[in-house]
Design a protein around this ligand. Structure first.
Ligand SMILES: [Zn+2]
Ligand SMILES: [Zn+2]
Length: 105
């Protein structure tokens, strides 16, 4: 699959959603709890194999910043900011039904 790059990341604060628009036109809406739960950092995920969803206290998203040209970093209000979400990782996390269906088949 072609590597996709986000062209727009829109934090919809009132809804608690982050909308990511990809360069292939795909749009994914990630709830902040979902994003936080899939934080890829070693503190959250440990060093086990597969990525798992972590239940955390609902946390406000404070800031979104780009890391080089390959990843996005989310800064949470509780101070957690060690998760680096590569574009590939973020795209694989896309919770929309089209992506979920593709995954199941
Ligand atoms: Zn983390
Ligand atoms: Zn999707």
């Amino acid at each position: 699959m072609e590597r996709s790059v986000p062209v727009e990341i829109n934090h919809m604060r009132e809804k608690g959603l982050v909308r990511v628009t990809w360069d292939d036109g795909h749009v994914g809406e990630y709830s902040r709890k979902y994003l936080r739960g899939y934080c890829p950092c070693a503190m959250c995920q440990g060093h086990g194999g597969s990525v798992k969803f972590i239940e955390v206290e609902d946390s406000e998203l404070a800031e979104i910043s780009a890391v080089g040209n390959y990843a996005i970093q989310f800064q949470w209000k509780d101070g957690h900011n060690t998760g680096i979400y590569t574009f590939d990782y973020l795209r694989a996390l896309c919770p929309c039904s089209a992506c979920k269906d593709a995954e199941d088949s």
